[in-house]
Ligand binder design. Structure first.
Ligand SMILES: [Zn+2]
Length: 867
């Protein structure tokens, strides 16, 4: 063993320190040889438990965020295995995507080789964490036996009308040369991956009809009781349901028999509609624009051509527009109001036209001020009527003013009445809209799942026959700088004529939106999965992953499950029953106060007074998410080589509750290593003294001393608390605190109790710490004389009778004066206390044959008899 693998703490010198790294390797070898973590078929009446981590992208190295994610899932999986459930705990690889393709292009390596090498490296790193993964269930989305079924699922969607192709203005990333989904463009209009300014292009694209499921995806959030509230709110906002009305505004020109349909969520403000704004892409625009304004429109379109939807609707960007030279008629006021074109109105949202109500909408207000349009207030703050003429928009609900017969009504009531009025007069329709757009899945990339369709001159787009799947990746030509897929010649399955194969591949989110279904049946070569097995194992009992997937991945997975249910491939309607979104792992970060430049922690001599080695300037010390660019990362392998995986696991679980951010701190890591060593020493230093042996925590020895009883009580309290912490809300940190209390008690009582009770406490500690420190507990288990694996051991149950004080002294008062006492069992309820108190000599004497006027009982203390 080299000096690097030895802990640098003071414990190193101890002759009896725990050889974590050596022992962990030993147990990992044994586990690999055994069937310990294999998924067992559930017995009759046995509960199944599906523990799932979000699978990683195979970048080649595990980071601390991964470690935290998988350790949390592992503790949960181990607990349920010990509780007697049939557990499925799989792992796989989200293996398509750009980095492999970029590596192939830049370094001339095959994308599949690059990916598979990374997978091999990461699998080794995962195994060193001591995870109870069933590696027989492993999948990789880039392997033929997986993507064949992704294609199969695509064809199912195509055949049921849920996949379609249409020409669309798309977000084009000029660096990665691909189309991005709206969600992959940040609020500054840049690609989430390359950071490039996104351009607009018109291309034929494949879409999935997620919008068909908008209402169901929204309503079924109510079924997800085991999801964090914030994730549900994010999904709800993303779906963005709003109830409003479509309202027709007639164009004020008898030659133009046209109406403009606007959508509004605030029909109650229609009396304040001072103008109309339509999107520059609106289908009627070329018909209605006045000849004198046509050039202005062409120029205007030029100025917004490069802007993303996010740019155009961004709150910080000034709104711009032009007058069309045409007006419309407000259907309630009869006023003539101008029609404008505005960049902030998108043709893809609702009708692509809005009514401008500057008094009650911030964007409209800004637009009206800029172009000197009138502003009419029609809603009043019910608590402050002085705000009628404001210097800004009043966007809340309130009471209607300046609204003819609707004046005085409350906004909500007026909304309904105005829609009814408009429906009666044929200018309004109640309308529900969603912000959710169909899911754009095609990518012009090589390293992805090929879309299994062909283009035939006679038959159009035709899905490939399922028998001929998989449609293999087109192997890239020797010149890896050009990896665009070739449009190969194929035979049309319908008419047998020559046709061309589709060259687009699918968004990797498509591959990851069904992987949890494949795990249960990953060797099936006839179907993507058997629906009987899905029924047996799903919905997933516990899903663990990062909050960054709160919207897209989780929404796409929910959609796909619902779509597959409608095609009768499965029976479930939600994929994940319980969701835990773990917080970030943050590293100690040093940053310049002036330039905000990051300085590597290796260059800092005194972390308490950090100074920039180049400039001598004082630096800020902060905790931020670990990343290469901030030089604040901690390599999992370094920690494992120094302290072992059990220490890393305990630290991660102890330092913060799982959903909170975790600040990596070396001295706290050492603290956990010392905890492990204290456990280790109480076993190894007392082998002969305690006559170490397994004693079941449920065993009830006779003739116990006061100290024996006290320690036994602590054992059962620990079992109770740890079980509660793990089962109710994954509070691993408080569970580990309880184990520390138990260990302290064992040290305190080790010379005062009989050996049976001491061994019972050691047995309990070993079993309870097993999910957290799987290697250490195996070693201790062996020292207790057991030859099976502790991970096959069943979880202990606490004995409530041990936990209660057996009896206590109950003071008896008569008319508030102490007259005596009795000993009562602490399990007694008020009725039993009353009965035994009244039966005492003292009570009988003072009552003298009469009933008590009143009885006042203070449980655990006294009874006052009022005579
Ligand atoms: Zn054809």
């Amino acid at each position: 063993m080299t000096s690097e693998t030895q802990p640098q703490s003071s414990l190193e010198s101890s002759s009896n320190s725990y050889k974590a790294v050596e022992l962990e390797k030993k147990w990992q070898k044994q586990w690999m040889r055994s069937n310990l973590y294999k998924t067992k078929q559930p017995l009759a009446n046995q509960k199944t438990f599906y523990a799932l981590s979000m699978f990683p992208y195979p970048s080649g190295s595990l980071h601390m965020g991964h470690v935290r994610n998988y350790v949390i899932t592992d503790v949960i999986a181990r607990l349920h295995r010990m509780k007697g459930d049939a557990v499925l705990h799989p792992m796989g690889w989200d293996a398509f995507g750009l980095p492999a393709e970029n590596a192939a292009r830049e370094r001339g390596i095959d994308a599949d080789k690059w990916t598979n090498t990374n997978i091999e490296q990461m699998r080794i790193q995962l195994k060193r964490l001591g995870l109870s993964i069933d590696w027989d269930k492993e999948i990789s989305t880039c392997h033929e036996d997986y993507y064949k079924w992704t294609q199969y699922i695509f064809l199912e969607l195509l055949n049921s009308g849920l996949a379609y192709q249409k020409s669309a203005t798309v977000n084009w990333d000029p660096i990665d040369k691909t189309v991005l989904a709206n969600e992959q463009v940040d609020s500054n209009g840049r690609s989430w991956r390359s950071g490039a300014k996104v351009e607009k292009r018109k291309l034929k694209q494949w879409f999935l009809k997620i919008t068909d499921y908008a209402e169901e995806l929204l309503q079924d959030l109510n079924k997800l009781k085991g999801w964090p509230e914030n994730v549900k709110v994010m999904q709800k906002n993303w779906i963005g349901k709003s109830i409003g009305a479509e309202i027709d505004f007639t164009i004020n020109d008898s030659n133009l028999n046209q109406k403009i349909k606007v959508f509004t969520t605030r029909p109650d403000t229609i009396f304040g509609a001072n103008y109309i704004v339509i999107s520059p892409e609106h289908s009627l625009i070329d018909d209605i624009i006045d000849d004198n304004y046509k050039q202005a429109l062409i120029d205007f379109r030029e100025t917004i051509n490069d802007l993303s939807d996010q740019d155009r609707t961004s709150e910080t960007k000034p709104k711009t527009g032009i007058y069309t030279g045409r007006d419309a008629i407000n259907p309630v006021t009869g006023e003539i109001i101008p029609i404008w074109v505005g960049d902030y109105v998108l043709s893809t949202y609702a009708t692509g036209a809005v009514m401008g109500v500057p008094a009650h909408d911030d964007r409209d207000y800004e637009f009206a001020i800029k172009y000197s349009l009138p502003i009419t207030y029609v809603i009043q703050d019910p608590n402050d009527s002085s705000k009628e003429q404001l210097s800004k928009a009043y966007t809340q609900k309130g009471v209607l003013i300046n609204s003819a017969s609707f004046t005085g009504l409350d906004s909500d009531v007026a909304k309904t009445k105005i829609i009814e009025f408009g429906e009666k007069h044929n200018w309004a329709n109640r309308k529900v809209t969603y912000k959710l757009r169909d899911w754009l899945i095609s990518r012009q990339r090589f390293w992805g799942c090929p879309i299994p369709v062909i283009h035939c001159n006679s038959c159009g787009v035709v899905g490939v026959e399922k028998e001929s799947l998989p449609i293999l990746l087109v192997s890239p030509n020797k010149d890896k700088s050009n990896l665009t897929n070739k449009a190969e010649k194929v035979i049309c399955p319908k008419c047998q004529k020559q046709a061309t194969a589709e060259t687009d591949t699918m968004d990797t989110f498509m591959c990851s939106s069904w992987y949890f279904l494949r795990y249960v049946d990953n060797k099936n070569s006839n179907k993507p999965f058997s629906s009987e097995l899905i029924d047996k194992w799903l919905p997933v009992d516990q899903y663990v992953g990062g909050i960054e997937h709160a919207i897209l991945h989780l929404l796409y997975s929910r959609f796909l499950v619902k779509a597959l249910k409608s095609t009768k491939l499965i029976n479930i309607d939600e994929p994940f029953n319980n969701l835990l979104t773990q917080g970030m792992v943050q590293g100690l970060t040093f940053r310049s106060k002036i330039t905000h430049k990051y300085v590597a922690s290796k260059l800092i001599k005194d972390p308490l007074n950090p100074i920039d080695p180049d400039t001598g300037e004082d630096l800020d010390t902060i905790y931020e998410k670990m990343s290469k660019s901030k030089y604040n990362g901690v390599e999992p392998s370094e920690v494992i080589n120094k302290y072992g995986a059990d220490t890393a696991r305990l630290f991660i679980l102890f330092k913060a509750p799982p959903e909170k951010d975790l600040e990596w701190n070396e001295s706290d890591v050492e603290g956990q290593f010392r905890f492990i060593n204290r456990i280790w020493r109480i076993f190894s230093d007392n082998r002969s003294n305690f006559e170490l042996k397994y004693v079941s925590p449920s065993f009830k020895p006779k003739d116990l001393s006061k100290e024996d009883k006290e320690l036994r009580k602590i054992i059962h309290k620990t079992i109770k608390e740890v079980t509660k912490d793990l089962e109710l809300n994954s509070q691993f940190n408080t569970a580990i605190s309880e184990l520390m209390i138990l260990l302290n008690a064992i040290y305190e009582y080790k010379d005062k109790c009989n050996k049976t009770i001491i061994n019972q406490s050691l047995t309990a500690l070993t079993i309870l710490i097993a999910p957290f420190a799987p290697h250490l507990s195996e070693e201790l288990w062996e020292m207790l004389g057991k030859d099976n694996s502790i991970h096959d051991q069943s979880w202990p149950e606490f004995d409530p009778s041990v936990l209660i004080e057996e009896e206590y002294k109950l003071i008896i008062q008569v008319n508030g004066k102490v007259r005596g006492f009795i000993m009562v069992p602490s399990s007694y309820n008020e009725e039993q206390i009353k009965e035994s108190s009244l039966n005492t000599q003292v009570a009988k004497k003072w009552l003298n044959g009469k009933d008590a006027k009143r009885l006042i009982i203070i449980k655990g203390k006294l009874i006052n008899i009022v005579v």
